[in-house]
Design a protein around this ligand. Structure first.
Ligand code: SAH
Length: 327
């Protein structure tokens, strides 16, 4: 599954199949740009610092953040060394074009988060974790079995060794538990890094938070749901992110978790609706409607607002990041 998804991102324009928050509206990147500026201040304004995005897609989020920072927080803008973690050469080209003229220093690309140089860091990742390959385990009367892909079908075999994961959950017989070893490795790496140097990370993705289970593997091809095992490399394969397991791995690594909170709560707390009204002012009615509708699409519970969640991670001793204080 991992290889099928790498082939997919390398070979196709994924944004023909789905639309992500930064592509819905510039407001998403502007709001998170302001979040970066305040977070940077809370970290003691380190100069320089690595501004890292994992899985930047078309580069829209980073471009919108940098435009906002140049305007309202030029010190932060100039201190930022932008690092992008992206495997797809084709998307790297798109990102380079999106960021041309937007950064004070050259942008650096990496294959893996682990390759970003040490030091003060602010890391963001929107819809990155959901693209990482999962493993699926089935609870049986005799213990755990693992689901494998064989040709166009799933087969189940007794699990010989279990990876680290949430296997202590009270999963009923016949039900599926997913775990994402690559996401847990990211969690452990980020936690260790934030224990060595001041840093804050923000992961936004669709997923669940709690002791839950179930099959969430899904495929989208040409914008339509598809059978996940048909035509490897031609459909986008994703799974919901298990924020509880991710946060547990972060805490085990010694860093501090804030949230998760829903995307709607985060963007609302950070001023999404005020920004929408500001942008809508003096616009033609159709344009004003589109701006307000985009804000609703990002934040309303029955649209992206509840399914999408945000988890912030900080070095021990740093302030709670904006939008994550308990009400
Ligand atoms: N954050 C963007 C794109 C989300 S799509 C947005 O919100 O629009 C997922 C992104 O992660 C793509 O850029 C894809 O190429 C990248 N990606 C997927 N798996 C990856 C991996 N293992 N390592 C690095 N990047 C990966």
């Amino acid at each position: 599954m991992a290889r099928a998804n790498a082939a997919y991102y390398a070979g196709r324009d994924p944004f023909a199949d789905f639309i992500t928050a930064p592509e819905i509206s510039q407001m998403f990147g502007e709001i998170l740009g302001a979040w970066v500026a305040v977070t940077w201040q809370g970290m003691g304004r380190p100069v320089p610092f690595a501004l890292v995005e994992a899985g930047p897609g078309r580069g829209t989020l980073m471009a919108d953040m940098m435009r906002l920072l140049a305007r309202v927080a030029p010190d932060c803008h100039d201190a930022a060394r932008v690092h992008l973690v992206e495997l797809s050469p084709r998307l790297r080209d798109v990102q380079q074009a999106a960021l041309a003229g937007r950064t004070a220093h050259p942008v650096t690309w990496h294959d893996r988060i682990e390759d970003v140089p040490e030091g003060a860091v602010i890391l963001l990742a929107n819809e990155f974790l959901d693209a990482l390959a999962i493993r699926q385990f089935v609870r049986t009367a005799d213990g755990w079995a693992e689901r494998f892909v064989q040709g166009p079908a799933f087969v189940t075999q007794p699990a010989s060794d279990l990876p680290p994961g949430p296997f202590d959950r009270p999963v009923p017989c016949g039900e599926i538990l997913e775990c994402c070893p690559d996401a847990l490795a990211v969690a452990r790496h980020v936690a260790a890094r934030l224990c060595r140097a001041p840093g804050t990370a923000l992961f936004v993705d669709y997923g669940y938070d709690g002791a839950v289970w179930g099959d969430t593997l899904q495929a989208l091809r040409d914008g339509q749901p598809a059978w996940p095992l048909a035509d490897p490399g031609l459909a986008d394969l994703t799974a919901h992110v298990d924020f509880a397991a991710f946060a547990a791995a972060v805490r085990d690594g010694g860093a501090v978790c804030h949230g998760s909170v829903t995307q709607g709560a985060l963007l609302g707390a950070l001023g999404l609706f005020a920004r929408a009204e500001q942008l809508a002012r003096n616009r033609a009615p159709g344009e004003a409607y589109a701006i307000r509708d985009a804000a609703q699409r990002l934040a309303a519970p029955d649209r992206m607002g509840r399914l999408f969640k945000a988890l912030a991670i900080t070095s021990p001793g740093l302030p709670v990041p904006p939008g994550f204080a308990l009400p």
